[in-house]
Write a protein of this length. Structure first.
Length: 276
């Protein structure tokens, strides 16, 4: 799989945020999760850009955005930033598609920071407790130790961790695409820093507010997601009034790579229905 350059940058509280916009039509904004970047969404974004103005961005601490150790990369900061980004882009009620902890970012921006959406599509998202694997817990307790691992040991740990997100298995080029940003001194530190700052309190703060969501919402989940099991999808749908749910067989947490065609059809159908 190819990598892509995000052509624009902006500054927010000292952070460099890499982003891009292309296509024409109603605004469609993608949010990635962890430990991913906007590159996971790029093939679908390219396809949808024939009918929509697509916005991609990398959260600080990820991808092509800054990885400054002095900057918080927790869900609280990212939620504030996303609301600020929508203002910077001049978007009112865009259609939002979020994966993994990008879901928590989008939900916090909507419920705590007055962001407004035309619709929201939540794909295998971090939204309900409990979340975080045993590996997450171990790193949170010893992040400084993990950050000093020999480079080869660190790479092996990251590769094993990322492989576990796919149900069908990752091709060599896909694994390299996902692992490469977390190599090198800056990448290794950033990898453990974003795990160390993950905290369920950021979803606990908004979970009780999900029934207040009043825009169209669709939940998509991989039936074989071992990172965030599919029972969370059913719980989330029950909390967001009027929301719909689609479960994709044969897909794990990395649903963009496990079932790209099925996911593309599902998201395209949803977005087209909201803008027709």
């Amino acid at each position: 799989m190819m990598t892509y350059e995000l052509r624009e940058t902006l500054e927010w509280r000292g952070r460099k945020v890499a982003w891009d916009r292309f296509g024409s039509g109603p605004a469609l904004v993608f949010l990635h999760g962890t430990p991913w970047s906007s590159v996971l969404w790029r093939p679908l974004a390219d396809a949808l850009a024939t009918r929509y103005t697509v916005y991609l961005w990398d959260m600080p601490g990820y991808g092509q955005s800054s990885m400054d150790a002095a900057h918080a990369v927790d869900l609280g900061a990212q939620g504030e930033l996303f609301a600020a980004l929508l203002d910077e882009w001049g978007l009112d009620r865009p259609h939002v598609i979020a994966h993994d902890f990008g879901g928590a970012v989008a939900l916090r921006a909507r419920l705590l920071h007055a962001a407004r959406y035309g619709s929201l599509c939540l794909v295998d998202v971090v939204a309900l407790h409990p979340w975080g694997s045993p590996f997450f817990t171990l790193v949170q307790q010893h992040a400084d130790v993990f950050a000093r691992l020999p480079a080869a040991v660190h790479r092996g740990a990251v590769e094993a961790y990322i492989r576990g997100a796919s149900h069908r298995g990752l091709r060599a080029e896909e694994l390299e695409m996902l692992v490469a940003p977390w190599t090198g001194e800056a990448g290794q530190s950033a990898f453990y820093r974003q795990i160390a700052q993950a905290d369920e309190r950021y979803t606990d703060e908004v979970e009780s507010l999900y029934p207040l969501i009043d825009h169209p919402t669709h939940v998509i989940w991989g039936a074989d997601d071992t990172w965030i099991p599919v029972d969370r999808a059913h719980r989330l749908q029950s909390l967001i009034r009027g929301s719909s749910l689609s479960v994709i067989d044969g897909a794990g947490h990395l649903i963009q790579l496990d079932a790209p065609t099925h996911l593309s059809v599902e998201i395209t159908r949803w977005v087209d229905a909201q803008t027709s």
